[in-house]
Ligand binder design. Sequence first.
Ligand code: SAH
Ligand code: SF4
Length: 492
Amino acid sequence: MSPTNPNLTKPEAEPNQPSKYLYIETVGCQMNVLDSEMVVAALRKKGYALTQEPELADAILFNTCSVREHAEEKAYNNLHHLKHLKLANPNKIIGVMGCMAQKDQGSIFHRVPFVDLVVGPGQLHKIPEMIERAESGEKQQIAVSMGRREGNIEEIKRSHETFDPLRDPEMRPTPFQAYLRIQIGCDKFCTYCIVPLTRGPEQGRSPEQIVAEARILADQGAKEITLLGQTVNSYKYVEGERTTYLADLLQRIHPIDGIERIKFVTNYPKDMTRELLETVRDLPKCSPYLHVPAQSGSDVILKRMKRGYTTADYYAMMDRIHEIIPRPSVSSDFIVGFCGETEEDFQGTVDLVKRCRFKNSFIFQYSVRPGTKGAEIYQDDIPEEVKHRRNLELLEVQNKISLEDNMRFLGETVEILVEGPSKWYVRKGQTGDLRQMTGRTICDRIVVWDGHMRQTGQLLPVKITDVYAFTMMGEVETIESNSEPLELYSIG
Ligand code: SAH
Ligand code: SF4
């Protein structure tokens, strides 16, 4: 019986039934989603099943993000909220994993003394064993990778290894969409960014391992595979005389039966080579969706960020994309309010967004990250309200472009990979199999329509009938369309 909610009872343990329950909460990037999938798979082998209720769980894990301060504050708040559960049941194991664990290490035990485990993203394979030790009473265990200056490079790399072949299909965004890590860590050291410190040196996984894993994912029903790396298009694997690049990997994954779509994120502008773009153009399963963060449209700021390119380089890359790929769909990330960003610098960013016409942009307000070069050498001198205003202004410019671009799809029929029922809208009176369904085009645009649960996982032709900045509405071409007007109710 739960100490906080008397309506929650643990299912009776039956033969072959799991006897222990795991609650896992994941925030941050796709890498974290994938890491949680691995940890769940490892713990299932130890007899754990998933629960959505922290009250019922024997072990609670928070998979955390350190990219911005706000995400960390939220994680600490959520951890403090677990205090009453730990007091009511001291045997409940509470663990912090991911980038915040690597960054804050043992100080987490000072801030939240009832935490049992702190595990960095390169040490996740140790979690099952650490949980066992915690069950036998060992308190405050820590497993983190080596710092960037704490040894020789090979030792540091090994301490950041991941245990990717172990997977749990149930943890995927959908059963037919899977992430596949091709690269660990990052060596770019952009001055604002904590990732090279939390995820360690850049390492490409071996092509053999990657292709073997892609085959397993396809056998498990994955139709869409998204290759992951912090700078995925910088992927490189050297073996004797042979060097494998991302373009080679795409060539090798493309023929695998069952895989219908291949995506890759996140791209680094300088490594968007002609050869890679031509490969994307020539392989029909490759998505023309390219997420290539620009971060700023000011050369002064880009230099201060140590991004390694100028706005002219970025524009040249955009020209190359448009020259080679017939209908590309490019998205970006921006940081507004970076140290010393003037109104003129910011206008440079607005101009870049207008000129590049991204499908969408993720816009972040600069957040100082202790330990980074930026925190050390620059002053965080842009007031919060200025960051906020620039954020809203840039978002408005981007949203207008997104809407205008989506309008080009009106009346067109696009192929959709159906992801499932829409989380955000329910159609009035919908019951049973009839649902507001959602899916994506090969260029990563979200489409919703009145459909059926049984369409989930299929590739369907959908005619676009209406568009917004973030979504397009449609009708499936092959089934009878509903002539009633749509009444949408947000449940998000
Ligand atoms: N590897 C990816 C991005 C990783 S972090 C890349 O290089 O593009 C995801 C995004 O968070 C970044 O693109 C950047 O826009 C943002 N970000 C990173 N550090 C930040 C910080 N200190 N403050 C605000 N936003 C930040
Ligand atoms: Fe961070 Fe820059 Fe590496 Fe991306 S490329 S993870 S922004 S250091």
